[in-house]
Design a protein around this ligand. Structure first.
Ligand code: ZN
Length: 159
Protein backbone atom coordinates (compact mmCIF):
# COMPACT_ATOMS: atom_id res chain seq x y z
CA UNK A 1 0.00 0.00 0.00
CA UNK A 2 1.01 3.63 -0.49
CA UNK A 3 2.60 5.61 2.31
CA UNK A 4 -0.25 7.59 3.93
CA UNK A 5 2.01 10.64 4.22
CA UNK A 6 3.69 10.98 0.82
CA UNK A 7 1.87 8.37 -1.34
CA UNK A 8 5.15 6.60 -2.11
CA UNK A 9 4.25 3.03 -3.14
CA UNK A 10 7.21 1.45 -1.34
CA UNK A 11 7.68 0.65 2.33
CA UNK A 12 9.59 -1.87 4.37
CA UNK A 13 8.35 -3.87 7.33
CA UNK A 14 10.18 -2.99 10.53
CA UNK A 15 8.12 -5.11 12.90
CA UNK A 16 5.28 -7.57 12.62
CA UNK A 17 3.27 -9.34 15.23
CA UNK A 18 0.24 -11.55 15.39
CA UNK A 19 -2.68 -10.19 17.42
CA UNK A 20 -3.65 -12.01 20.61
CA UNK A 21 -6.60 -13.80 19.05
CA UNK A 22 -4.44 -14.98 16.16
CA UNK A 23 -6.76 -13.71 13.44
CA UNK A 24 -4.64 -10.84 12.18
CA UNK A 25 -1.12 -9.52 11.86
CA UNK A 26 -0.08 -5.94 12.60
CA UNK A 27 2.89 -4.69 10.66
CA UNK A 28 4.90 -1.61 11.45
CA UNK A 29 6.15 -0.17 8.17
CA UNK A 30 8.58 2.52 7.24
CA UNK A 31 8.27 4.50 4.03
CA UNK A 32 11.39 4.20 1.86
CA UNK A 33 10.85 7.76 0.60
CA UNK A 34 9.91 9.98 3.57
CA UNK A 35 11.02 7.59 6.31
CA UNK A 36 7.80 7.96 8.30
CA UNK A 37 6.25 4.97 9.98
CA UNK A 38 2.73 3.60 9.80
CA UNK A 39 0.89 0.44 10.79
CA UNK A 40 -1.05 -1.98 8.63
CA UNK A 41 -3.31 -4.77 9.81
CA UNK A 42 -3.60 -7.88 7.75
CA UNK A 43 -6.57 -10.24 8.03
CA UNK A 44 -7.86 -12.91 5.68
CA UNK A 45 -10.81 -11.09 4.22
CA UNK A 46 -14.00 -12.83 3.34
CA UNK A 47 -16.87 -10.79 1.98
CA UNK A 48 -20.32 -11.83 0.99
CA UNK A 49 -21.78 -10.39 -2.20
CA UNK A 50 -25.47 -9.88 -1.56
CA UNK A 51 -28.06 -10.19 -4.27
CA UNK A 52 -28.18 -6.39 -4.45
CA UNK A 53 -24.45 -6.41 -5.25
CA UNK A 54 -23.56 -4.91 -1.87
CA UNK A 55 -20.55 -6.40 -0.08
CA UNK A 56 -20.66 -7.22 3.60
CA UNK A 57 -18.19 -9.08 5.82
CA UNK A 58 -18.87 -12.76 6.34
CA UNK A 59 -20.42 -13.38 9.75
CA UNK A 60 -21.29 -16.75 11.25
CA UNK A 61 -24.26 -15.19 13.06
CA UNK A 62 -25.76 -14.38 9.66
CA UNK A 63 -25.52 -18.04 8.67
CA UNK A 64 -27.17 -19.09 11.92
CA UNK A 65 -29.94 -16.53 11.38
CA UNK A 66 -30.53 -17.95 7.93
CA UNK A 67 -30.77 -21.52 9.16
CA UNK A 68 -32.82 -20.85 12.29
CA UNK A 69 -36.16 -20.79 10.49
CA UNK A 70 -35.48 -24.15 8.85
CA UNK A 71 -34.74 -25.83 12.18
CA UNK A 72 -37.79 -24.48 14.00
CA UNK A 73 -39.41 -27.29 16.02
CA UNK A 74 -36.57 -29.68 15.21
CA UNK A 75 -34.28 -31.23 17.85
CA UNK A 76 -31.43 -28.88 17.01
CA UNK A 77 -29.47 -26.92 19.63
CA UNK A 78 -27.66 -23.61 19.41
CA UNK A 79 -24.40 -25.57 19.57
CA UNK A 80 -25.53 -27.57 16.51
CA UNK A 81 -26.25 -24.33 14.67
CA UNK A 82 -22.85 -22.96 15.67
CA UNK A 83 -21.14 -26.03 14.27
CA UNK A 84 -23.09 -25.74 11.00
CA UNK A 85 -21.94 -22.11 10.74
CA UNK A 86 -18.37 -23.16 11.47
CA UNK A 87 -18.50 -25.84 8.77
CA UNK A 88 -19.86 -23.27 6.33
CA UNK A 89 -17.09 -20.80 7.13
CA UNK A 90 -14.43 -23.50 6.77
CA UNK A 91 -15.77 -24.65 3.43
CA UNK A 92 -16.04 -21.17 1.95
CA UNK A 93 -12.60 -20.16 3.26
CA UNK A 94 -11.17 -23.38 1.80
CA UNK A 95 -12.05 -22.09 -1.67
CA UNK A 96 -9.45 -19.36 -1.13
CA UNK A 97 -11.84 -16.74 -2.49
CA UNK A 98 -12.03 -13.38 -0.76
CA UNK A 99 -15.55 -12.74 -2.03
CA UNK A 100 -18.37 -15.19 -2.15
CA UNK A 101 -21.95 -14.94 -3.39
CA UNK A 102 -24.68 -15.10 -0.78
CA UNK A 103 -26.09 -17.93 -2.85
CA UNK A 104 -22.90 -19.98 -2.49
CA UNK A 105 -23.13 -19.56 1.29
CA UNK A 106 -26.62 -21.04 1.04
CA UNK A 107 -25.26 -23.98 -0.93
CA UNK A 108 -22.44 -24.46 1.60
CA UNK A 109 -25.08 -24.75 4.34
CA UNK A 110 -26.68 -27.78 2.68
CA UNK A 111 -24.14 -30.56 3.42
CA UNK A 112 -23.67 -29.84 7.16
CA UNK A 113 -27.39 -29.22 7.60
CA UNK A 114 -28.23 -32.49 5.86
CA UNK A 115 -25.90 -34.32 8.25
CA UNK A 116 -27.59 -32.59 11.18
CA UNK A 117 -31.29 -32.88 10.39
CA UNK A 118 -32.89 -34.07 7.16
CA UNK A 119 -36.19 -32.24 7.68
CA UNK A 120 -34.41 -28.94 8.31
CA UNK A 121 -32.26 -29.66 5.28
CA UNK A 122 -35.31 -30.13 3.05
CA UNK A 123 -36.89 -26.93 4.34
CA UNK A 124 -33.70 -24.99 3.74
CA UNK A 125 -33.05 -26.59 0.35
CA UNK A 126 -36.61 -25.80 -0.73
CA UNK A 127 -35.87 -22.12 -0.30
CA UNK A 128 -32.31 -22.08 -1.63
CA UNK A 129 -32.86 -24.35 -4.58
CA UNK A 130 -36.16 -22.56 -5.17
CA UNK A 131 -38.28 -25.70 -5.20
CA UNK A 132 -41.51 -24.79 -6.89
CA UNK A 133 -43.38 -28.04 -7.06
CA UNK A 134 -43.93 -31.27 -5.17
CA UNK A 135 -41.75 -32.95 -7.79
CA UNK A 136 -38.76 -30.93 -6.58
CA UNK A 137 -39.36 -32.10 -3.01
CA UNK A 138 -39.85 -35.61 -4.25
CA UNK A 139 -36.57 -35.72 -6.13
CA UNK A 140 -34.68 -34.19 -3.18
CA UNK A 141 -36.19 -36.80 -0.87
CA UNK A 142 -35.37 -39.55 -3.38
CA UNK A 143 -31.76 -38.33 -3.48
CA UNK A 144 -31.61 -38.47 0.33
CA UNK A 145 -33.02 -42.02 0.35
CA UNK A 146 -30.63 -43.17 -2.34
CA UNK A 147 -27.66 -41.74 -0.47
CA UNK A 148 -28.82 -43.37 2.72
CA UNK A 149 -29.21 -46.71 0.92
CA UNK A 150 -25.79 -46.34 -0.65
CA UNK A 151 -24.28 -45.62 2.77
CA UNK A 152 -26.05 -48.68 4.22
CA UNK A 153 -24.78 -50.84 1.33
CA UNK A 154 -21.29 -49.73 2.07
CA UNK A 155 -21.71 -50.60 5.73
CA UNK A 156 -23.19 -54.06 5.17
CA UNK A 157 -21.06 -56.32 3.06
CA UNK A 158 -23.34 -59.34 3.48
CA UNK A 159 -26.26 -57.98 1.45
ZN1 ZN B 1 6.27 8.39 2.73
Amino acid sequence: MHCPFCRNPDSRVVDSRTTDDGTSIRRRRQCTECGRRFTTVETASLSVVKRSGVLEPFRREKVIEGVRKAVRGRPVTDADLASVAQAVEESVRATGASQIDANEIGLAVLPPLRALDEVAYLRFASVYNAFDSLDDFESAIRALREERAAAADGAEDDR
